[in-house]
Design a protein around this ligand. Structure first.
Ligand SMILES: [Mn+2]
Length: 233
């Protein structure tokens, strides 16, 4: 496949586009804990550093974020604004183009990016050659169902508490929803990037994701991998 899992981290890599793919960064999550008296030191900086290191190693030109950029669903507060600014300025500084498929936490995201003066392509679905990227809280568009690969996040899927990748093929009810589709389309579900997020155990992912719930993509035929690339049977 053209989509590789970077070993040990929740980051996807598409060599032919010099591109990294991450999901569910929920910037500002640590602020919620701070309100409860628990402080995490530099979560934001560490996430950025981990990402930056891989960008340098692989000479990355594009980053695609699969939504849930921020923790706030509507407007971020001042502290969250700073975290968003810090994170994306760090990426921009490396000369990397930013593409964002909007998630359910990304209300007013275009305004936020204007405010922090960061250029990014922000859309419901991001199309790149034979790939389409979306958050995964809604069903794909007709156009998205014609591509070779659909890449989503949203689930925060875990197995025994560990973040996981899921790959699968088209499901048997796809015909009920779409007149035309690519019957060879593959789905890739990307794990959450922010380590502070609580996960959703694998058996609950089917009910949570509309593409699985409606059997557009097959949950039954899935393959599941740990961050180290080990397949879970
Ligand atoms: Mn999320």
């Amino acid at each position: 496949m053209n989509f590789e899992f970077v070993k040990g981290v929740p980051i996807g890599y598409i060599k032919k586009f010099s591109c990294l793919v991450i999901g569910d960064i929920h910037l500002g999550k640590e602020l919620k804990f701070e309100n409860k008296g628990v402080t995490f030191i530099n979560v934001n900086k560490k996430m950025l550093e981990n990402l930056s290191d891989i960008c340098s190693q692989k000479k990355i030109k594009k980053i695609i974020v699969l939504g849930d950029i921020k923790e706030s669903i509507m407007y971020p507060d001042k502290n969250e604004y700073s975290l968003i600014k810090e994170f994306f300025e760090g990426i921009k500084k490396k000369g990397i183009d930013i593409f964002i498929a909007k998630g359910n936490h990304d209300g007013h995201l275009e305004e936020v990016f204007k405010q922090i003066k960061i250029n990014a392509v922000i859309d419901k679905e991001i199309f790149l050659d034979d790939f389409v990227f979306m958050h995964g809280n809604a069903l794909p568009s007709d156009e998205a169902m014609m591509k070779k690969y659909l890449v989503v996040a949203h689930a925060h899927a875990v197995y025994n508490g560990e973040p996981i990748w899921i790959k699968t093929i088209i499901g048997k009810d796809v015909k009920k929803e779409y007149k035309k589709f690519n019957k060879k389309e593959k789905l890739i579900l990307v794990p959450h990037f922010n380590p502070l997020l609580s996960g959703l155990e694998l058996e609950k992912v089917e009910g949570f994701m509309p593409i699985f719930r409606n059997n557009i993509f097959s949950f039954k035929n899935k393959k599941v991998f740990t961050l180290n690339g080990k397949e879970i049977k």
